[in-house]
Design a protein around this ligand. Structure first.
Ligand code: C2O
Ligand code: CU
Length: 701
């Protein structure tokens, strides 16, 4: 890694200034990317972890400052608590271990020995973290109030709403205040409630009467179906009623279930699914992660015509890979997937020892819903709302319910197949008291199993985690993250209990418990991945830049966003400003994938490859746009390896189809183009996809 001759103005560099004791000392701290198997490196509470590279010059002899023999580097919060010791340092380059705090100062102190828990000697150098650039939004607040005092018009009420409905006020985050002036603004689209829009005029476009609220069956829990070679499943996308957070409302489900049926099938089988669209939206069902025949990929306008309300479509699915996959609509997924149309497809491996032995399996789909006063906050009819941030929910769900629960016996090893079906929310899952072993991701096992404290799952990603419950008791499943309150200029922890595993009863047979202690190297996967990495120098390279264009955002969104752009976290983990986020719609916002070589954007790109080719794809998430944020990038019909993140090589890989690219981050992928056809590459944040962030490419046979 080359190091610049001086501090860089970029966000990953912290200039260090001398105190009086430091004299002529100077230096800077470079924040290096954290490692690990996930798209973002955080501790169990959700704080970003990173190593530091300290460049130190002209350090005085510590003995000149008093009874000191060495220098020690630390980070500490603005309140000087706690102190995290980075290690002993000296003149020149010093690489430290990983540490993290939300906002911190870097300090170098003179000490009499390096083993202290907190500094005792004088500070010689200090600097502040880039997150200190987070400032409260006083000025835009003031401007916003002023604008409304001068008769600030609502931005737009949209065209007359076909439902006759008007937008309700969005829910606020309980910990974050918003300027009153924003309250008068409305998005430039009409509000949509399921079943509220008679399409096709007559009111029977779905092949029957529109659902009547109170008269539509309540969604049932997911059922499991096994499909053998050649079997077919009838899958009806239709209306259901759901009850969440005490509100009963009309939503969508597959076969009356939320999530949709858990389909189990064996690797290598070909199975069929007859999809009947009985919703009020045209749709097409995408089988996320399957390397299937192109015409069954479920992309309207690319691989098939949309299935109109009332119509059917027969999909035939090939299952070449074992793993956990999922299905969801690929048209207005912000609404239809968001309100319940998603389900898992578990493909069981042919080799018997593909996974290590476990006692039982749990298949979890994570999701969130933005609940308003009387039900889910309405969606945009003509275009999605929440087009900048994506729609963060305020109720977190596992398998469609607020308090998921399971049982296990003490000593049992449970394999969790985890899928994130939320529009934008990444999860940081942990189970205090249990031991977590990371086993596999999207399209197969990791080369090596590894212990983890928490599991970071971006939208559309999957992880397979084996969990040992050592003793009787209740084990909560937690989501722990840190949220940014841009209004108040603070970062605060959020913790949700998603469910609980009750551990009781008699210990099970000991085989899997004993096997759990070992971290296995997956021979076949390791070999295949090593093989795929051969001869990379000769491969074609592509580079995509992730960018944003906006036009006509309601005042004062643009000045507010400019202030936020002074510093942004690598990952936005929560929606703290639902009342601001909904205002930007797909009409004002255009998210962009730009081909760095040609300048072509989104649908203009149209790459062509030959079947069997591999390509090196670099994805650069530009941090300098008006609203930089992370993007989970998904590639259809193929699989890829993550080679590096921010230039740091990934040391334990699994085949994947979705990768999280944090703000300002760069990932390098090795994409294997094994499956002919016309395929998509896109951001999996529903609102970003609907705001243009997609391209297609062709793999020629
Ligand atoms: Cu899961 Cu193109 O999507
Ligand atoms: Cu995105």
């Amino acid at each position: 890694m080359a190091h610049p001759p001086g501090p860089s103005p970029e966000l990953h560099c912290i200039p260090l200034f001398p105190s009086v004791a430091g004299g002529g000392a100077r230096g800077w701290a470079e924040i290096l990317p954290g490692g690990g198997p996930f798209g973002a490196r955080v501790d169990v509470t959700g704080v970003a972890l990173q190593p530091f590279l300290l460049h130190l010059e002209n350090l005085p002899d510590p003995a000149e400052l008093g009874p000191y023999t060495t220098y020690v580097a630390w980070i500490t919060s603005p309140t000087l608590h706690p102190w995290l010791r980075l290690g002993e340092v000296g003149e020149g380059l010093n690489l430290t271990g990983e540490a993290g705090l939300n906002q911190y100062m870097v300090m170098v102190t003179a000490e009499d020995g390096g083993e202290l828990a907190a500094p005792e000697g004088p500070i010689v150098l200090r600097g502040t973290s880039p997150s200190h650039r987070l400032q409260p939004h006083d000025l835009p607040f003031f401007l916003a109030e002023l604008a409304s005092a001068h008769g600030g018009e609502p931005h737009s009420m949209g065209e007359s709403t076909p439902t006759g409905g008007a937008w309700p006020m969005p829910p606020m985050h309980p910990a974050v205040s918003m300027p009153a002036a924003l309250m008068s603004l409305r998005p430039s689209v009409s509000p949509f409630w399921p079943g509220g829009i008679p399409r096709g005029g007559s009111g029977d476009g779905a092949g029957g009467a529109w659902p009547v609220f109170g008269d539509t069956p309540q969604a049932r829990p997911r059922e499991s179906v096994r499909l053998h070679e050649g079997d077919s499943l009838h899958l009806q996308a239709g209306f259901v009623e759901r009850t969440v957070a005490g509100h009963r409302f009309l939503a969508y489900g597959f076969n009356g279930q939320v999530p949709g049926p858990l389909v189990r099938a064996r690797q290598g089988a070909r199975v069929h699914v007859e999809v009947a669209n009985r919703t009020d939206w045209p749709t097409a069902i995408h089988w996320h992660g399957l390397r299937l025949e192109n015409r069954f990929d479920g992309v309207p306008g690319l691989t098939q015509a949309p299935i109109q309300p009332g119509d059917d479509f027969l999909y035939s699915l090939d299952l070449p890979d074992a793993g956990v996959f999922w299905y969801h609509p690929h048209l207005r997924e912000d609404i239809t997937q968001g309100l319940g149309l998603f389900g898992n497809l578990l493909v069981e491996p042919i080799p018997e020892d593909w996974y290590s032995p476990v006692h039982r399996e749990e298949v979890l789909i994570l999701d969130d819903l933005l609940m308003g006063e009387a039900g889910p906050f309405p969606h945009g009819l003509e275009a999605p709302t929440h087009a900048l941030m994506g729609r963060f929910g305020n109720v977190l769900l596992v398998n469609g319910v607020e308090s998921w629960h399971a049982e296990a016996a003490p000593g049992e090893v449970v394999r969790f197949f985890i899928t994130n079906a939320a529009a934008v929310r990444p999860f940081n899952l942990s189970i205090p008291g249990a031991r977590l072993k990371l086993v596999a991701s999207d399209v197969g096992p990791f080369q090596r199993e590894e212990w983890v404290e928490s599991v970071v799952v971006a939208p559309a990603e999957r992880y397979v985690v084996d969990v040992l419950f050592p003793a009787p008791g209740d084990y909560p499943l937690l989501n722990r993250v840190h949220a940014v309150d841009h209004m108040g200029g603070v970062i605060f922890p959020e913790e949700d209990t998603l469910g609980v595993v009750q551990v009781k009863g008699d210990p099970p047979q000991p085989g899997p418990t004993a096997a759990f202690a070992e971290l296995r190297l997956h021979g076949p996967v390791d070999q295949e991945i090593r093989g795929a990495l051969q001869g990379m120098e000769a491969l074609e390279r592509k580079e995509l830049h992730l960018e944003l264009e906006t036009q006509g955002l309601p005042f004062p969104l643009t000045p507010l966003l400019r202030m936020e752009a002074g510093w942004s976290p690598g990952v936005e983990w929560a929606g703290t400003m639902p009342d601001m986020d909904w205002l930007a719609t797909g009409r004002e916002v255009r998210w962009i994938l730009r081909d760095a070589a040609t300048g072509a954007e989104n649908e203009e790109i149209g790459w062509r490859f030959a079947k069997g080719e591999r390509v090196l794809l670099r994805v650069v998430n530009t941090a300098t746009t008006l609203h930089p944020m992370q993007h989970p990038i998904h590639i259809h019909g193929q699989r890829f390896l993550v080679l590096s993140r921010n230039g740091v090589e990934v040391d334990n890989r699994a085949w994947k189809d979705t990768v999280l690219v944090p703000t300002g981050g760069v990932v390098e992928l090795l994409v294997e183009l094994s499956n002919p056809g016309d395929w998509m590459l896109h951001c999996h944040i529903s609102e970003h996809l609907e705001s243009g962030m997609m391209l297609h490419f062709t793999v020629e046979d």
